[in-house]
Design a protein around this ligand. Sequence first.
Ligand SMILES: Cc1cc2nc3c(=O)[nH]c(=O)nc-3n(C[C@H](O)[C@H](O)[C@H](O)COP(=O)(O)O)c2cc1C
Length: 184
Amino acid sequence: MTRIFALSGSLRVASFNTALARAAQEHAPQDVQIEVGTLHGVPLYDGDLETRDGLPEAVLALKARILAADALLLVSPEYNNGVPGVMKNGIDWLSRADMKAVFGGRPIGIVGASMSGFGTITAQTAWLPTLKLLGGVVYSGGTMMLSRAQNAVDAQGRLTDESAQKALANYLSGFAAFVRAHAK
Ligand SMILES: Cc1cc2nc3c(=O)[nH]c(=O)nc-3n(C[C@H](O)[C@H](O)[C@H](O)COP(=O)(O)O)c2cc1C
């Protein structure tokens, strides 16, 4: 069984990115198990807070979930042509938790959903320098961008668009093979 931890970078209850992460659970190959997490409870990074209290509980919990998985899947929104601050903040905290264990040599995929026609192409590219620095092994064998997510996800947060479902399934099957080939 290949285990993937999918981290949504949106805090919204009705987030299209969290919906995409949940859809990934449904459309993963049979031998792939996907767990979904969010960044709720992660405070803004503050070096004084870290010195005083150490790592926040929410960060330690995310770290444990990533370490228990074979791979990390970032499900990232795009804000102003870049990565969302909420998600970068979470990744920054995780880099303080144990950069080598959390990211070093870890297979990492990037997907995302946005309301525009360009999916999250700019945000996905913008993640690359950070993931390179962190030592992740980034999957580049496929792309999954959910454009105009408002037309592809229903009111219950289900991915209903068939071509998006197929694209997601294809991405996940390629990513899972990559994860198996690059097992940590
Ligand atoms: C501050 C802000 C900036 C945004 N910038 C972009 C952008 O550059 N490109 C884009 O496709 N969508 C952009 N959007 C729209 C998002 O795609 C949309 O809000 C989306 O629903 C966010 O993901 P979520 O549903 O998972 O919260 C932006 C939204 C916000 C709030």
